[in-house]
Design a protein around this ligand. Structure first.
Ligand code: ZN
Ligand code: ZN
Length: 219
């Protein structure tokens, strides 16, 4: 089984990431106006929070945007939350568990940024995706449901209690000033979601870190 690394997309990869997302959505049906707008913004380099699941040979197997509430492309995120949008698995990489890889990796990166909840919108008819969200601990947020293009959208949220990547203690406990300073220079040692110690590798491009439960992330 391949190991996929979930990391922030490099600027040179943004156009390919947008293509992967569009191809993935088109494989399932028409693209909404809203999805097209975001994909175009990603391709144009206008979205800072683009993440990809990369194969070991450097192909983009999946994409996700992890948007803060202030982003013009977020719909349901509130202050302190991150909204997952354009969550997509390349058609040629389906059936390899990459949806789960992306969700775990994005939860890790959201926690690394100190977010308290990961939220996303889902079409009611996407039962496979909804089952995956529920299996990973996402819960329905009925009072935040909304609609787009005549389709009612469900909203799911995953509560996060972010841990410090350097010392593993909850970020909310405070006293992490030195950790934050070190994390600029050193790879994280602890999973920011579950606080397990991770297996860290320094690579020419930066670092990767693997949690047995939350998969492999990189910078
Ligand atoms: Zn710390
Ligand atoms: Zn973990």
């Amino acid at each position: 089984m391949d190991t996929f690394v979930v990391r922030r997309a490099r600027p040179a990869e943004l156009s390919d990431a947008a293509d992967v997302a569009v191809a993935a959505f088109l494989a399932d049906g028409p693209l909404s106006h809203d999805q097209r707008l975001l994909a175009d913004a990603v391709a144009a380099g206008e979205v800072d929070e683009v993440f990809t699941a990369m194969t070991t040979d450097g192909a983009i197997a999946g994409t996700a945007c992890l948007l803060p509430s202030k982003s013009e492309h977020s719909h349901v995120a509130e202050l302190g939350e991150r909204e997952l949008r354009l969550l997509a698995v390349a058609p040629e990489h389906r059936g390899q568990g990459i949806g789960e890889v992306l969700l775990h990796g994005c939860a890790w990166h959201a926690a690394f940024e100190g977010a308290s909840e990961l939220v996303l919108s889902a079409q009611p008819t996407r039962t496979a995706a909804r089952k995956l969200y529920e299996r990973l601990g996402f819960e329905r947020l009925p009072n935040r449901e909304w609609h787009r293009d005549g389709i009612d959208l469900l909203v799911y949220g995953l509560l996060i209690e972010p841990k410090c990547g350097h010392c593993g203690r909850p970020l909310a406990e405070g006293g992490h000033e030195e950790c934050v300073r070190l994390l600029v220079m050193e790879p994280p040692r602890f999973c920011t979601v579950c606080a397990r110690r991770m297996i860290v590798q320094v690579t020419p491009a930066g670092w990767t870190a693997r949690c047995v439960e939350h998969g492999t992330v990189g910078n």
